[in-house]
Write a protein that binds this ligand. Structure first.
Ligand code: KIV
Length: 269
């Protein structure tokens, strides 16, 4: 497949908000400069997700990611992809109250070029989002299945299966919008519920495991490129067989070394 070179448009909060009902938004995670550069002029937004704690650091969940680690990876992403609209995912425990949230968000703005931060939570966290947005921090919300709640909820549970839960999610989305967020991630939500949530707010919803009814989609890069082999969630599409291709390439390298066909005369000084 050839790469269709579309006119790259550097995004900002206003353009992202205006994309609602106009253009579907594409967001992808990145944790390093190399991959961020590859995604820079294709995706609308790059998320330095705390999912890096799982796919990059190999931990069982996202909870042990620290703010300094997120800042380190965000700096790598912003260096590799300076034109991207990059969002830093605030890790667990860094926004437990509005004052700590603001102190930590200011640290992010002072130490990185992140355009925005993302925090998980609905009605329960709206007062924190409001405090941040009133102090000039651009915030993306995150509702539905929230990985930072995995231990307190006893697992990852798809949301929006009942009318009551769908109504709660709609209240969450409206509260996050009213608090000043410019966009909301909707994760692990039944697609009927995701559609109702998307219709209930005026800011773009970015879905992951929420059907094609949201205003955009986000995927974790290592999932969509097939590098993560342990399991494949239903909502992930593999656009590449990364793990297989890498293993085959390294095997080929090993064979070439053993057979002394690498390096060749052309590859030596
Ligand atoms: O951490 C992450 O990568 C995320 C996305 C799954 C939305 O929060």
């Amino acid at each position: 497949m050839s790469i269709i070179k579309h006119d790259f448009e550097k995004m900002n909060v206003t353009k992202i908000k205006n994309a609602k009902n106009t253009k579907k938004l594409t967001m992808i995670t990145a944790y390093d400069a190399l991959f961020a550069k590859l995604f820079e002029e294709i995706a609308d937004m790059i998320l330095v997700g705390d999912s890096l704690n799982m796919s990059f650091a190999g931990k069982p969940d996202t909870l042990s990611a620290t703010l300094d680690q997120m800042i380190y990876h965000t700096n790598a992403v912003c260096t590799g992809a300076p034109k991207a609209f990059t969002i830093l995912d605030m890790p667990f425990g860094t926004y437990i109250n509005k004052d700590e949230a603001l102190t930590n968000a200011v640290k992010v703005y002072q130490e990185t070029n992140a355009a925005a931060i993302k925090i998980e939570g609905g009605e329960d966290r709206a007062h924190i989002i409001e405090h941040l947005t009133k102090n000039s921090i651009a915030v993306m919300g995150h509702i539905g299945l929230m990985p930072q709640y995995v231990r307190s909820e006893g697992g990852y549970k798809v949301r929006g299966k009942t009318q009551d839960d769908t109504e709660q999610l709609i209240r969450d989305a409206i509260a996050v919008e009213k608090a000043g967020a410019f966009s909301i991630v909707i994760e692990g939500v039944m697609s009927d519920a995701a559609q109702k949530i998307t219709q209930a707010v005026n800011i773009p919803t970015i879905g992951i495991g929420a059907g094609n009814v949201t205003d955009g989609q986000v995927l974790v890069w290592s999932d969509m490129l097939g590098f993560f082999e342990n399991f494949k969630p239903k909502f992930v599409r593999h656009y590449m067989n990364g793990a297989k291709d890498v293993k085959e390439a390294v095997q080929q390298y090993r064979n070439d070394v053993q057979e002394t066909t690498f390096p060749s005369k052309n590859e030596e000084y």
